[in-house]
Design a protein around this ligand. Structure first.
Ligand code: AMP
Length: 246
């Protein structure tokens, strides 16, 4: 992966500059990926990164990186954020909005971006609109991965993530060749704290109450593309490419 694809600015903020080591694409995509936890948007994001070259800006990755730091190295703003995350609750809007402000360079990047897990509330969406307007940047669209709740619960409850390369497996539908070991890098597979059943219930509740209203928010602006998120990842990706005309 290129140094740019390491998402240096996304993890450390605007002061940590990504090297501009890639030519600007002919068509810049500035996309938001929307969907309930377990809708598979992370998998689609990884496929889109390969196709478009834009960075996958996953808000959850920023919090997980903070959680993985030794406690004394965790920035103060991140300490309580990590506690919210471990409970499956949303981190307060002001914290998240400050983080995104401090990562404005990612929003103006000439490679475009794939925002995943932000915005998650109408207040965050309004803050993003303001930030984009400040920088004279337009969104290309919002990809909404639409899936029923029963299917989500089935997917999340068997999900296993690699500690090292973050690849995702499923106990039933895509098990690793050796139990507990990542096929891709040999790393250890684990169940994310927030994939435990109690946290999953809380996360789905938070999604329904706070994030689902964004579907209407972006529909009204004519930016929403609804993609049925059932079937194999490749099938869903084919639908995504159709929608984007890529
Ligand atoms: P994700 O990997 O997107 O499911 O995010 C994991 C967790 O990080 C969420 O359950 C929240 O606790 C927190 N989080 C991520 N993005 C946001 C956001 N935009 N607003 C509030 N909390 C967030």
């Amino acid at each position: 992966m290129s140094a740019h694809g390491e998402r240096v600015t996304w993890f450390y903020g605007d002061e940590a500059e990504c090297p501009s080591d890639q030519p600007a694409p002919a068509r810049v995509h500035r996309l938001i990926l929307l969907g309930a936890p377990g809708s598979g948007k992370g998998t689609q994001a990884a496929l889109l990164v390969e196709r478009l070259g834009a960075c996958h800006l996953a808000m959850g990755d920023v919090f997980r990186a903070a959680r993985d730091l030794p406690e004394e190295e965790r920035p103060p703003a991140m300490r309580s954020a990590v506690e919210y995350m471990n409970r499956g609750e949303l981190v307060p809007d002001d914290t998240v909005i400050d983080l995104i402000r401090d990562r404005s360079k990612c929003l103006t990047c000439e490679q475009g971006f794939l925002l995943d897990g932000f915005p998650r509330t109408v207040k965050q969406a309004q803050a993003l609109d303001e930030l984009l307007a400040e920088h004279g940047v337009d969104l290309s669209g919002v990809l909404y991965y639409d899936i029923a709740e029963e299917e989500i619960i089935r997917r999340i409850s068997g999900r296993l993530t690699c500690r090292q390369c973050k690849a995702v497996f499923h106990e039933e539908t895509s098990p690793p060749a050796t139990p507990g070991v990542c096929d891709r890098c040999g790393g250890e597979l684990y169940r994310r704290t927030d994939d435990e059943p109690e946290s999953v219930k809380t996360r789905l509740g938070a999604y329904e109450a706070s994030t689902a209203p964004l579907v209407e928010y972006y529909e009204k602006r004519g930016l929403l593309y609804t993609i049925p998120a059932t079937g194999a990842a490749e099938t869903i990706f084919a639908r995504t490419c159709d929608v984007l005309g890529i």
